[in-house]
Design a protein around this ligand. Structure first.
Ligand code: F6P
Length: 540
């Protein structure tokens, strides 16, 4: 295989980057007065403005040539056809089937994925309905008032984030999420709950994850202490692909909701992993959220590359990362309800594309995914935005702005919107020494004025995209999440990486077992630093 950095499209982009670096973003608006309208795109109720990205028609054409060279369209078709594109685990990648309608007829090999998905969705809906209406009751005959999802990573981040984001639409029992093996989290949740009214959902694709099994066993002990062993059947539900392990835990077969190996953990929220969400939101809202994601899937599958929102966002990310030296990727959602969005996105992007080899195992010749981080606006403005404006490196930003709030404080919503729009404008424009001088006229003079100027200058030219959406509602949240999922996939295709395995998390898990062995006095092969840290820890 030709190294990626020596391919024709990569060469052309490198050449363009050399000529492009000197051009300021404001000058691009001078050169093309319709830029704000033409470098924008609408899909599924989301509006993407990328006019503040350092691109022009020539760069965009070269980026699209890269997409064609890397066969983005072919890979999209392969994913939707249920091919085993996760080749290191020999699995299809079919999360799009999870949100497709009943008649979608998605097939992976001989497996009728659509039929399987809707069979489980129907079971989930009837179970959720039973809990919500009090038809399914606790061992003591009471209604469940609280549902605790026990899971970690993809078995936690997605449902928790969506539950928080859609809290205004939740009318079922209260939901709680426990992920960390740090018992402090479990304790904080359990101490507020009544065993006789609490339903546990143990969510784990593998049903072997240390954190989840530890929390599930502790929760089981807590319940049995209060209600006795016989209560476990009524109070525990499992969501997993590993049915034999679930059986061993003692969860009844009719309380198990399965999914399939073609659903990656970080893409699994749309499967039975979303059961707590369904109980909280009810079928109608849950269906709207799936429909939003499906609408984005259809856009992704059908739109030509130049009008394909996930593909364009991925191309802009590669341009910033690989050609203009963007240090990291920042995401700032201007909505308190999206407080956990970045955490969900971090797993999605960094567990998918944080790799150093291509699909064929050869070392990458270009940088793969940068760190992705951020916080909600306006909070981030008072924490790390200083660095975005005046730091020595450039960090491209995605601003996400649900324009309409879901609260009665309309004047504050106006302030939120104004701040989001102002930040992207400030990052682009910057502030020159002359502007600072004028601003300080009459306040400082002479040497004091000149000394103050460099500290107040903003370099500007810092790229951002802005995504507008009407509000944080089920449909648009579904579309937003699917947009980022597909952006991640296209990035992997552009970098020729398998986005769907995660071998990098294995070693740490294994070594934790070794340390646990050493802690219980067994011989264990530890390096001197780790052995010493363990010795010290055991003395506390
Ligand atoms: O962090 C590794 C990982 O395997 C993730 O990919 C996954 O989302 C998480 O652990 C939880 O895994 P499981 O659902 O199997 O418990």
């Amino acid at each position: 295989m030709q190294p990626l950095n020596q391919t024709p499209a990569w060469y052309e982009l490198s050449r363009l980057a050399d000529t492009f670096r000197g051009r300021s973003l404001p000058s691009l608006f001078d050169a093309d007065t319709a830029r704000a309208q033409t470098l924008a795109l609408e899909a599924c109720g989301l509006y993407l403005d990328y006019s503040k990205q350092p691109v022009d028609a020539t760069v965009l054409k070269a980026l699209l040539d890269l997409a064609r060279q890397q066969d983005v369209t072919g890979w999209i078709a392969r994913m939707f056809a249920g091919e085993r594109i996760n080749h290191t685990e020999d699995r299809a990648v079919f999360h799009v089937a999870l949100r497709a309608p009943r008649n979608a007829a998605f097939k992976s090999g001989s497996q009728d994925a659509s039929a399987d998905v809707h069979r489980v969705l129907d079971r989930m809906a009837s179970f959720a309905d039973g809990v919500r209406k009090g038809l399914l009751r606790s061992a003591t005959g009471e209604m469940f008032t609280d549902v605790v999802n026990i899971g970690i990573g993809g078995s936690d981040l997605g449902p928790r984030m969506v539950n928080e984001a859609l809290v205004d639409f939740a009318d079922g029992p209260r939901t709680h999420y426990v992920a960390n093996v740090d018992g402090a989290q479990l304790e904080a949740v359990l101490k507020r709950l009544e065993p006789a009214r609490t339903l546990f959902i143990v969510t784990s694709k593998t049903f072997t994850t240390l954190e989840t099994m530890a929390n599930a066993n502790a929760a089981r002990r807590w319940l049995v202490r209060a209600l006795g062993e016989h209560a476990v059947g009524e109070h525990f539900v499992a969501v997993s692909t590993n049915l034999p392990e679930v059986r061993k835990f003692g969860i009844l077969p009719d309380r198990v909701f399965e999914f399939w190996d073609w659903v990656g953990g970080r893409y699994s929220v749309w499967s039975a992993v979303g059961l707590a969400l369904l109980i909280s939101l009810g079928s109608k809202r849950f269906g709207e959220w799936l429909a939003g994601a499906h609408a984005m899937d259809e856009h992704f599958r059908q739109a030509p590359l130049e009008a394909n929102m996930p593909a364009l966002m991925a191309l802009l990310a590669v341009w910033n990362r690989n050609f203009l030296g963007g240090a990291t990727q920042v995401v700032a959602a201007y909505a308190q309800k999206l407080e956990s969005f970045v955490a969900w996105l971090q797993q999605l992007e960094m567990e998918s594309n944080g790799k150093s080899v291509h699909r064929d195992g050869s070392a990458v010749t270009v940088d793969s995914t940068p760190a992705l981080w951020g916080d909600v606006g306006t909070n981030g403005q008072h924490a790390f935005f200083q660095m975005l404006h005046q730091g020595s490196e450039v960090h491209p930003v995605d601003f996400i702005l649900p324009v309409l709030g879901s609260h009665p404080w309309l004047d504050q919503q106006r302030m939120l919107v104004a701040n989001c729009l102002a930040q992207s404008a400030a990052l682009m424009r910057g502030k020159t020494a002359d502007e600072v001088r004028e601003e300080l006229q009459g306040k400082l003079q002479g040497e004091a004025l000149e000394a103050a100027i460099p500290h107040r200058v903003f370099p500007g030219n810092r790229p951002s995209s802005t995504l507008l959406m009407p509000r944080v509602d089920p449909f648009h949240l579904g579309a937003l999440m699917a947009l980022y999922e597909h952006r991640t996939f296209v990035l992997s295709v552009l970098w020729n990486i398998n986005a769907f395995d995660q071998w990098g998390v294995e070693l740490g898990k294994k070594l934790a077992q070794t340390v646990l062995q050493a802690m219980s006095g067994q011989a264990a092969d530890l390096d001197p630093s780790t052995a010493e840290l363990l010795n010290k820890s055991l003395k506390y």
